[in-house]
Design a protein around this ligand. Structure first.
Ligand SMILES: NC(=O)c1ccc[n+]([C@@H]2O[C@H](COP(=O)([O-])OP(=O)(O)OC[C@H]3O[C@@H](n4cnc5c(N)ncnc54)[C@H](OP(=O)(O)O)[C@@H]3O)[C@@H](O)[C@H]2O)c1
Length: 294
């Protein structure tokens, strides 16, 4: 048993993954655009993650674009049987790095084939459809047409499981009428708790919830309460933020992102941290009192 096993496991599609995984978005260049400053360092982060026992990696051809998936392939292909790579579709990157919705049948089909080629796979284990009605937050709108396209690609054997990202509770319910939804990936962390009720709902249905920006995203969480708790526990604020998520609900799967081996090791060590009820209540006050910034 590695220390990472202490995070526990949860079902993701037809696999069982460790609850502490890795998000590859930070491996592209600044603004998630272009190549990384140091390709060797990016390869090293991925190899260290898998060597440490990570068996769930989140990615997309949005990142780079295409570059992050190509780095994953270079670092890890041929993939071990236990490794689950989750990707997402529905956007293209403009020449200026902008994020452009790409929901047509043709665009989604091309995106699935691009991911297969760049990752070096015959079938994508999980593909998240990332809603873009509002690029930053879940917003209502029908996902029936793009989900139907993904369900068709699933029928053709190119996708094993379908997930949703940046979505509302009613979009998930509507989606489940069309196909099985294997996971939901939305913005959530210690300071950003709009999905508290949704996480509970999904837990009752056995659906994993995968928070993106678990550490606050491009500007990691800053809070005096978080720093104070971390100091008292002899941990770092990022470890406490991840341990809080692990204890928040059993269906939460973590994909913290980093471009640094040192930060990766620090983040994975959060699996060993257990927070007492009193500490959890103190940390719960961060969102209630609005004392954190991201
Ligand atoms: N579905 C979506 O719409 C969506 C959107 C965004 C992200 N995602 C996915 O979610 C994953 C996680 O999100 P994220 O990477 O954007 O944000 P994150 O995990 O919340 O935080 C990443 C940021 O925290 C820093 N960091 C990481 N570990 C640290 C540590 N121990 N100490 C100090 N700083 C640390 C990273 O910088 P360093 O590189 O310097 O460590 C980076 O700036 C992504 O990798 C991606 O796979 C999905």
């Amino acid at each position: 048993m590695t220390s990472l096993d202490k995070s526990g496991t949860y079902k993701l599609g037809s696999r069982t993954v460790k609850r502490l995984g890795y998000g590859a978005m930070q491996l592209a260049g600044p603004g998630v655009f272009g190549p990384p400053k140091d390709r060797g360092a990016a390869l090293a982060v991925l190899r260290e993650a898998v060597a440490s026992g990570v068996n769930h990696i989140d990615t997309s051809d949005f990142y780079g674009p295409y570059i992050t998936n190509q780095i994953i392939r270079e670092a890890l292909h041929p993939y071990g049987d236990g490794l689950t790579i989750v990707t997402k579709v529905s956007a293209l990157r403009g020449k200026d790095g902008s994020w452009i919705p790409a929901f047509s049948r043709e665009e989604l089909t091309r995106a699935v084939h691009d991911n297969l080629r760049n990752l070096g796979l015959d079938v994508l284990e999980v593909v998240n459809l990332r809603a873009m009605f509002d690029i930053h937050h879940p917003a209502e709108g029908s996902l029936e047409a793009p989900l139907t396209v993904l369900a068709d690609l699933q029928q053709q054997g190119l996708i094993r499981h379908i997930g949703l990202s940046n979505v509302t509770s009613s979009q998930i319910a509507d989606g489940r009428e069309l196909c099985e939804i294997a996971c939901v990936q939305n913005y959530y962390n210690l300071a950003h708790r709009h999905d508290d009720a949704l996480i509970h709902e999904l837990a009752q249905q056995g659906i994993p919830y995968v928070p993106f920006f678990p550490l606050g995203g491009f500007t990691p969480l800053q809070s005096s309460t978080l720093s104070d708790v971390a100091r008292r526990l002899g941990a770092t604020p990022m470890q406490v933020a991840l341990a809080w998520l692990l204890q928040r609900a059993p269906n939460i799967l973590l994909i913290p992102g980093t471009s640094s081996v040192a930060h990766l090791r620090e983040n994975l060590a959060a699996a060993e941290l257990t927070l007492s009820q009193q500490i959890l209540s103190e940390l719960d006050g961060i969102a209630a009192g609005g004392t954190a910034s991201t």
